[in-house]
Design a protein around this ligand. Sequence first.
Ligand SMILES: Nc1ncnc2c1ncn2[C@@H]1O[C@H](COP(=O)(O)OP(=O)(O)O)[C@@H](O)[C@H]1O
Ligand SMILES: [Mg+2]
Length: 266
Amino acid sequence: MSGLNINDVSMTFELPNGGSVEALKNINLNIQKGELVSVLGPSGCGKTTLLNILAGFLAPTDGIIELNGELVKKPSSERGMVFQQGALFEWMNVSKNIGFGPKMKGTPQLEIDKKVTELLDIVGLKDFADKMIYEMSGGMQQRVALARCLANDPDVILMDEPLGALDALTREKMQSLVLDIWKKTGKTIILITHSVEEALLLGERLIVMAPRPGRIHKEYNLPFAELGVGADLREVKRHKKFGPTRDEILNMIWNMEEEIMGRAEN
Ligand SMILES: Nc1ncnc2c1ncn2[C@@H]1O[C@H](COP(=O)(O)OP(=O)(O)O)[C@@H](O)[C@H]1O
Ligand SMILES: [Mg+2]
């Protein structure tokens, strides 16, 4: 079977005090090659746990994950991860960061150089090849992180709130870049976000998760990501379905959080 197959995945964490947390319960999801999926949900609903399982950093307590029919058991360059921040090598320049994966694989230097040049162009950092990471702004660092991930030519790109630490304007530009990369590379992308607007813009499929136990609550198929490719995202937000869908999802998450607070107070 092709694509990413999440089959009845559950994850329970045992706590030192003898209790346990059902971080995920019976997650089923089939993601086709080239799909752009956003995952949204209140804090603690298991988004990061799910991504870590997909990456192979964590083994689920139940269920299996398959990528193109192969069981996912450990991390692999076919599943690249982009973190919120701080995962770059500070002591290397931009080019070396981007070329790191191919170099580890023993790719010839000429080929690495060609790839790095191409990726610098894709992420809009042509003139920054020799800069050190600490010389770059947060937004530029996330561009490097994206390029570094792409350099491994993964089948699936996993992103855990990759734009969460950026200021509003930079974030908007990066949202466009994610759409651009999705279209240019045809990669499967799964992006976690706290922002309802971002989930709407960056998900042709938007998965809303609910907490305790972490599960899939609702799924939307949306036109906005496709409309946003190469377009002004503010224009996309004016689409007649954008506001009502945003409000519906905001209410949904608001109610979940109310329920959590109510339970916590009892
Ligand atoms: N290593 C762990 N040990 C114990 N509990 C954990 C661990 N990782 C996550 N959890 C718990 O699992 C639940 C889901 O966490 P997480 O996946 O980080 O949620 P999200 O990313 O949606 O905020 C939370 O209740 C969290 O406290
Ligand atoms: Mg998280």
